[in-house]
Design a protein around this ligand. Structure first.
Ligand SMILES: [Zn+2]
Length: 181
């Protein structure tokens, strides 16, 4: 089983109190959301980020209102979150277990988020496979990294969640053959 780790003293770190105050919630609420975030980020691509995060999903899991989750997330900005990136992730997590560490062809999280943003803007948040348009677009490697695809903009397109999951690490030709079969 994969795992992520917490450093000693994290539960009593005074910054949670500050965040709780900013968000208008209790310290325990912040810790709940933070634990959920760590678990999420540990499994996200790129790892250590909130890529694809939805307040609603977290709210349902923890029995909060989405607005409460949003308030905590906002209050974390500049403290434990830097945009979509969990602050200090690289320092805290065991490197051997990081998915992208296993795969040196992948860009580090900060760089990937910048590239992804540029691609989504270029493609106008429109899935290049099915034409769907949404502000929740993902960025797909046309030729997957695992198949030797690069991080060049020519190999990157905006893709919706469904197309990206369905395509997975297949080449477009393989994927189409599968979908049409
Ligand atoms: Zn699509």
């Amino acid at each position: 089983m994969d795992w992520c780790r917490l450093h000693h003293g994290v539960s009593t770190d005074p910054k949670w109190r500050l965040i709780a105050k900013r968000a208008g919630v209790r310290v325990g609420d912040v810790l709940s959301v933070w634990t959920y975030m760590l678990d999420y980020a540990s499994q996200a691509t790129p790892r250590g980020t909130l890529a694809g995060w939805e307040d609603d999903v977290c709210a349902i899991a923890l029995d909060y209102e989405p607005e409460e989750i949003a308030a905590v997330r906002e209050a974390m900005q500049g403290r434990t979150l830097d945009g979509d990136i969990l602050t200090g992730w690289e320092k805290r997590q065991p490197k051997l277990f990081g998915h992208w560490r296993k795969d040196p062809a992948r860009l580090p999280p900060e760089e990937w988020l910048q590239v992804r943003r540029a691609i989504l803007i270029r493609d106008d948040y429109t899935c290049q496979y099915c034409g769907a348009r949404s502000d929740k677009m993902e960025c797909d490697h046309v030729v997957p990294v695992s198949r030797g695809g690069s991080n060049d903009p020519e190999n990157l397109v905006a893709a919706c969640y469904d197309c990206n999951r369905s395509k997975g690490s297949k080449l477009v030709s393989e994927w189409l053959a599968e979908v049409e079969a």
